[in-house]
Design a binder for this molecule. Structure first.
Ligand code: ARG
Length: 458
């Protein structure tokens, strides 16, 4: 492509380090979309003839068919996807192909292609996140009365209902969606027409190409247009935060399926056996979702390091922007699908969850609150008395609701049998009616709210 200035071929090692076709072939369809738009604009502006544009359009359509049909010849000698497509166009339509690259450079071309790819990836991730929300919501709707222990420090703290726990993730994932949407809106300005770095003397119409590629407007500064990769960094940071959320849910699935908890069961679809221990059912998919955060966040760090300290405008370093983004979104999509699958698959073991919900003096706070509300004891004193009652129950090896009233009265004589109304995990949950609390009626309201939101999104 630049033979005019060069007398000999590149060294083999030069080619080996320079070539990117193996990974940037993923941009093929976006590159063709950009080129078709660019050629239409050149023709409309009388920069190329209508007949050259016609030849270019039909040649690019044929190339798209080759790409879709798996017959396109990707060749390392043409370095990257942009030069591969241009070279192939030359083979198919002859000299008109040489007019396509008028008033553009690979610098604005690759920035445009890459933005289009990232935009698709963000939209794809949002769709998968919505599927996951639906799957969580279905399980939540079935479990608004299913008791489970809520934890702090992974110690049983207070009873909650399972739906409340699942809806916490629906909330988290909705913030992930809004981060992706925000990132998409911010990236949606077109670099095309910035040319190499300084713009071009041809009378191009950047509004036309921006609009036809679905961008809101052209980027206002040509140097920025070819140098900016913060859209990719931002997409990776959003992916990374989403992967953090996925890893937390994955970890809970690992815990819940372990015999020590036995809160849920995953079917054979989402577990694997052990080659040596016949009794094992391992939650490998959940463990791998937990682990993928490592490479997703690693890719965010990788691209940050590639971009760090790069002077304006384009540097070849920026060719290394693609693999981290491709790899991160491939992993994220897989994780989202696996998580939707596991959520749909899991069967709660309601008995074990309810037993755990009532264990470890999980209603001690309810007892303290009862002392405050009914006996008008200051909370700190109530807390102290409750601690003593828990110690008493512990000494007898009983849960609070089985401790005889007379024993409680040795600590606080004014306690009456009405206290037993708040000591069961059911009543504890039912009492937490504050906005955002776990009372089943509240939670049913939240399930309905989410069902409406997700139904609207289709
Ligand atoms: N393959 C290159 C990349 O991905 C395309 C841009 C090349 N531009 C250049 N001036 N060498 O960044």
């Amino acid at each position: 492509m630049w033979g005019g200035r060069f007398l000999s071929k590149p060294d083999q090692i030069m080619q080996a380090i320079n070539v990117s076709i193996d990974f940037d072939k993923k941009l093929a369809t976006h590159d063709i979309a950009g080129s078709k738009t660019h050629a239409d604009m050149l023709a409309k502006q009388n920069i190329i003839t209508q007949s050259d544009n016609k030849a270019i359009q039909s040649g690019l359509d044929d190339i798209l068919k080759e790409i879709d049909g798996g017959t396109f010849p990707y060749r390392a000698e043409f370095e990257d996807i942009h030069l591969n497509i241009e070279a192939r166009l030359g083979e198919l339509i002859g000299t008109a192909a040489g007019r396509l690259h008028t008033a553009r450079s690979r610098n604005d071309q690759v920035a445009t292609d890459f933005k289009l790819w990232v935009r698709d990836a963000l939209e794809g991730s949002c769709a998968l996140l919505r599927d996951l929300q639906k799957s969580l919501l279905d399980r939540a709707a079935e479990n608004t009365d299913t008791l489970m222990p809520g934890f702090t420090h992974l110690q049983i703290a207070q009873p909650v209902v399972f739906a409340h726990h699942l809806l916490a993730y629906v909330e988290m994932f909705s913030r992930d969606i809004s981060r992706f949407e925000n990132c998409r809106d911010r990236l949606n300005e077109s670099p095309l027409g910035a040319a190499a770095l300084a713009g071009t003397p041809y009378p191009i119409d950047r509004d036309m190409t921006a609009k036809s590629l679905g961008f809101s407007r052209p980027m206002a500064n040509s140097l920025d247009a070819v140098s900016a990769r913060d859209f990719a960094l931002e997409a990776l940071s959003c992916a990374s935060i989403c992967a953090v959320h996925l890893s937390r849910l994955a970890e809970e699935i690992v815990l819940w399926t372990s015999p020590g908890f036995n809160f849920i069961r995953l079917s054979d679809k989402f577990t694997t056996g052990s080659s040596i221990m016949p009794q094992k059912r391992n939650p490998d998919a959940a463990e791998l979702v937990r682990a993928k955060l490592g490479s997703i966040t690693g890719n965010f760090v990788a691209l940050s390091m590639v971009m760090k300290g790069l002077p304006l405008a384009y540097s070849k370093d920026m060719q290394e922007d693609k693999q981290p983004v491709f790899a991160a979104f491939e992993a994220l999509e897989l994780c989202l699908c696996a998580m939707s699958g596991m959520t749909a698959d899991m069967q709660p073991n309601k008995q074990a969850m309810a037993t755990a919900a009532g264990s470890a003096y999980s209603t001690a706070t309810d007892l303290a609150d009862w002392l405050v509300r009914v006996l008008d004891i200051p909370f700190r004193d109530a807390h102290h008395a409750t601690g003593a009652i828990v110690a008493l129950a512990e000494g007898q090896g009983k849960p609070l609701y089985e401790l005889p009233l007379a024993d409680m009265q040795t600590i606080q004589p004014k306690i009456t049998k009405a206290v037993f109304d708040v000591l069961s995990p059911e009543n504890s949950c039912a009492s937490r009616t504050s906005y955002g609390g776990t009372a089943p009626d509240n939670v049913r309201g939240q399930v309905q709210r989410w069902q409406k939101i997700l139904a609207k999104q289709g």
